[in-house]
Design a protein around this ligand. Structure first.
Ligand SMILES: CC(C)(COP(=O)(O)OP(=O)(O)OC[C@H]1O[C@@H](n2cnc3c(N)ncnc32)[C@H](O)[C@@H]1OP(=O)(O)O)[C@@H](O)C(=O)NCCC(=O)NCCS
Length: 198
């Protein structure tokens, strides 16, 4: 049944979600320096897939201000990913709200290149997906990526999300090429984390 939400801003959230190796917590304007550095060292890896690799400092400041505002209005939950061992900000994960009434969400993410290859994003996706199902009453959590982005597609595949299909020629990559999108999802009734260590 549809479950209308009259005041999304009153939906309880969290200060931090703690996993074994990463912590997710809402962005603040104070993230600027660390986030800027993480983007600079990752520009070549971000550029093919995401539009902000070459943004200006003011664009990033503006994005941080907007992401904080959207946290308050619950339009989007944008979080920094912190490596527990070092306390370092190593990337970003966002839970985008497609519909509060239907409880349909989408996850987007990136990691600093020097933090990739350790399973940090897989852990971060599990944390926010668990929160969505257990505390936001999610019906659906979706992950989409460019069909050429094998590392991104590997994350939902590794975690047992269902591959729903390929939508053909439906978006433009940052360099203007028309591309296909891969769509993965987990719904409320799916077994969560099959074949994953607890
Ligand atoms: C997409 C992206 C976040 C994936 O990062 P990633 O580090 O490959 O993903 P994870 O953090 O889940 O790590 C998985 C890797 O760590 C390894 N790993 C090590 N320990 C692990 C653990 N405990 N659990 C899971 N994986 C582990 C895996 O084997 C895998 O390595 P492999 O790629 O050599 O097989 C990263 O490539 C990125 O930021 N790319 C640029 C931006 C982008 O494309 N964003 C997505 C747009 S849709």
């Amino acid at each position: 049944m549809i479950n209308p939400v009259r005041y999304p801003s009153q939906i309880p959230l969290f200060d931090a979600l703690r996993g074994d190796r990463v912590i997710l917590r809402p962005h603040t304007p104070d993230d600027f320096d660390e986030l800027w550095d993480a983007i600079q060292v990752s520009r070549d890896e971000l550029r093919p897939w995401l539009p902000f690799a070459d943004q200006s400092p003011d664009e990033l400041r503006d994005w941080l201000a907007k992401v904080s505002a959207k946290w308050i209005t619950r339009e989007m939950l944008g979080m920094g990913i912190v490596e527990r061992a070092s306390g370092r900000l190593i990337g970003d994960i966002g839970l985008m709200v497609h519909s509060w009434d239907i409880r349909s969400f989408e996850i987007g993410y990136w990691l600093a290149t020097n933090a990739a290859g350790h399973g940090y994003m897989s852990e971060a996706v599990r944390l926010i997906t668990d929160f969505a199902f257990d505390h936001l009453d999610a019906q659906r959590v979706m992950i989409r990526c460019d069909a050429l982005n094998a590392r991104s597609a590997a994350v939902p595949t590794r975690l047992g999300f269902t591959f729903e299909g390929r939508t053909r020629r439906d978006f433009a990559s940052p360099d203007g090429h028309i591309r296909d999108t891969l769509v993965f999802s987990m719904i409320r009734d799916d077994p969560r984390w099959p074949n994953q260590p607890a």
